[in-house]
Design a protein around this ligand. Structure first.
Ligand SMILES: NC(=O)c1ccc[n+]([C@@H]2O[C@H](COP(=O)([O-])OP(=O)(O)OC[C@H]3O[C@@H](n4cnc5c(N)ncnc54)[C@H](O)[C@@H]3O)[C@@H](O)[C@H]2O)c1
Length: 365
């Protein structure tokens, strides 16, 4: 066991925690985990319930003793009087498709960047540490597409030999190219990363950035443009049509169970004194990854249903054939690595939907 695990959180360095986007998939999962592990800690979730289905998390938060405030992170006043030792910034419009049609660009920018600027100002005023949940989408699309890959009958695989810096057969590390177009979502998150680190440097705040790949698990309100595992599982359970868009279903993503992310966060919180603006890739590598074709097989096996899946040749702006997280850096520091395989992720999502099938029908279909 890595010695870093021995540092416990019996005396957590925070009594009051704010989680923005706290009714969302990631935010609510973290809130519930923190409240569970630290019952004396005051956990406050802020969310404007923009995401369909987030409202279903509010009673769960309340039942667990987490405070919920319906507010919009775009408004600086939402943070008036903030008094926290820790802010976890998980509010976002997290779709790679958001704003690409020129509609509601302001919402993406004002929430993803403006909201984080408001978080940082609040953190500066009350000297809170900040954990920023960023995304692998900060890496340049053209560079991701230029990675050397080979195609098998079920998926793309990274080649052993790569020409670009920051990518090996293990995946993409933190030094990979960020210089290039990355979708509005990725660009706003990257701009926020820059500001988070700047506030850390200028004002002596403890700040850290987790660049997450695809996260999945129960309570993700999957939709066509975000939350692919939830979408795929739900379509199998409710009998909806799906289609593979581009790459013939061979596109691959490393995936991370939400509980693995929460485990990591707990470890990171035990080392908040080391939050020096560090950016860490967090996500599934080759060993916890699926292509869409493989995901379909898993869904058929676990959900016990086969549905019709069409093909669409289109490759949309921002689409990439493969993304795997190289997490050696965080593994070396904290001994963390994902422990839940793709099968477990799909099984947990299937069980969650089946236990609440009628309740979620309107949200997940
Ligand atoms: N889920 C993933 O696969 C994934 C991957 C990489 C990074 N992330 C990051 O993790 C964070 C959480 O993502 P998620 O998957 O939980 O998404 P989510 O959509 O489930 O949660 C985001 C929450 O933010 C809220 N929100 C949106 N606009 C808001 C606003 N203006 N004011 C207040 N609240 C607002 C939404 O209502 C929603 O509840 C995001 O920052 C996202 O970029 C997620």
């Amino acid at each position: 066991m890595n010695l870093r695990h021995c540092k416990t959180m019996s005396q957590e360095p925070f009594k009051r925690v704010l989680i923005t986007g706290g009714a969302g998939f990631v935010g609510s999962s973290i809130a519930l985990r923190l409240k569970h592990d630290f019952p004396d800690c005051e956990v406050v979730c802020v969310d404007n319930l923009h995401r369909k289905g987030s409202e279903l998390n509010v009673p769960r938060l309340s039942a667990a003793g987490v405070s919920f405030v319906r507010a919009d992170v775009r408004n600086r006043e939402a943070f008036d009087g903030a008094r926290y030792e820790l802010i976890i910034d998980a509010a976002a419009e997290p779709s790679v498709m958001a704003g690409v049609d020129g509609i509601r660009v302001d919402y993406v920018v004002d929430t993803n960047l403006g909201g984080t600027l408001n978080v940082l100002e609040a953190a500066r005023r009350c000297s809170a540490a900040v954990m920023f949940l960023s995304t692998s989408r900060v890496y340049a699309v053209n560079a991701l597409r230029a990675m050397r890959m080979r195609e098998t009958d079920r998926r793309f695989e990274l080649s052993d030999i790569q020409e670009q810096a920051g990518v090996t057969v293990l995946g993409v590390d933190e030094s990979f190219d960020v210089d290039g177009a990355k979708t509005l979502y990725g660009a706003t998150k990257y701009a926020s990363e820059v500001m988070v680190r700047e506030y850390g440097a200028q004002f002596g705040l403890r700040v850290a950035v987790n660049r997450c790949g695809v996260i999945a698990g129960p309570w993700q309100m999957g939709r066509v443009d975000q939350g692919i595992i939830g979408l795929w599982v739900a379509a199998h359970i409710y009998g909806k049509r799906l289609k593979y868009i581009g790459y013939n279903g061979k596109q691959v993503r490393g995936i991370l169970h939400i509980d693995d992310l929460c485990d990591l966060l707990l470890l990171q919180l035990a080392h908040m004194d080391e939050w020096d603006g560090r950016v860490r890739n967090v996500g599934g590598g080759r060993e916890v990854s699926v292509s869409l074709l493989e995901l379909t097989e898993l869904c058929r096996t676990v959900a016990g249903r086969t549905i019709e899946i069409g093909y669409d040749d289109a490759v949309r702006p921002g689409d990439v054939p493969l993304y795997l997280s190289d997490t050696r850096k965080i593994r070396g520091e904290l001994g963390w690595l994902p422990t839940r395989p793709a099968e477990t992720i799909v099984e947990d999502v299937v069980k969650w939907i089946m236990d609440n099938k009628e309740k979620f029908r309107g949200v997940l279909t």
